[in-house]
Design a protein around this ligand. Sequence first.
Ligand SMILES: C[S@@+](CC[C@H](N)C(=O)[O-])C[C@H]1O[C@@H](n2cnc3c(N)ncnc32)[C@H](O)[C@@H]1O
Length: 324
Amino acid sequence: MVVIGGMEMDERKERVHQPVLAAEVLDAMRGERAPESLEGWIIDGTLGAGGHTRLILEAFPKVRVFGIDQDTEILAIAREELAEFGDRVVTAHGRISRLCALCGEIGLESAIGVLFDLGASSLQFDRPERGFSFDADGPLDMRMDLTRRRTAADIVNNWDEADLADVFYYEGGERRSRRIAAAIVEARRRVPFQRTAPLADVIAQALGGRSGKTHPATRSFQALRRTVNAEGHQLQRGLRIAEHVLANDGRLVVLTFHSGEDGACKRYLLERAREGHWQLANKKPLGPGHAERRSNPRARSARLRAAIRTRGADVSTPCEEFPE
Ligand SMILES: C[S@@+](CC[C@H](N)C(=O)[O-])C[C@H]1O[C@@H](n2cnc3c(N)ncnc32)[C@H](O)[C@@H]1O
């Protein structure tokens, strides 16, 4: 049995992330053009297991993909999954915020498309040892990039009560954030949190126990994950770098899974469109249809925004202008 990234092949095949809004992503990349007419680099800033990249490579025969991911375990899976495409795929470990420098390292000056499929992969959620899940006990980690130091446990055990409440409110949309923060601070005085299950229990108790389908810790866990991985900051940097690296008429496609994230993307694109840098491809975000909602629960909250670069890449700007 072949083992990749700690996962056996059979297990991996079962769990390979199902690409969200697949047809919509391809349509948004293509616009009105014939698939064969697309030529050049498309950047997949959130490669994951390579689901969207595979579709892009199959749909557009003259396109090459530069795929990056901050998770080395997932990157190993993607490399294996995409090996058949040979040098049409180049991959690198890194965060979206380093995309400018990473492009420089492979000599990629401008791209015809950029894709961001944000958030965590089911390959991360479904592995309790990565610490993203409130359903299955695991270490309180939540780092997508295991080379980084700060874990969810560091935040939960060390941040003061007001800062914790802000995290739950602003990053998770949790209205009862103060109550949760107070319960965490009280509990950690006795025993610091090291595992996901005790944290999920404390949050559930603070909110009066479990009722309904959604676990009471859902929003708080999302907030912690977003904070550990600086997801808001990564999106801001990514949008700015996409503007830098896209050629004239290049397409940006962003998939978000959180209303705050969709709002941030919308505001950025609207503001820069007013200044003439982008043309919005869709005024309202696209979401999944009934069939996809049923077959892929992760797709339910997905929102797709797409925009066309109107002025072309300003490659004269050095990457130092895009600090991480
Ligand atoms: C939703 S999954 C992408 C799935 C992929 N589109 C597919 O179809 O297989 C998101 C991936 O992006 C990575 N990721 C999230 N934020 C990132 C960032 N700021 N920089 C680099 N990779 C990131 C995660 O590690 C994860 O593997």
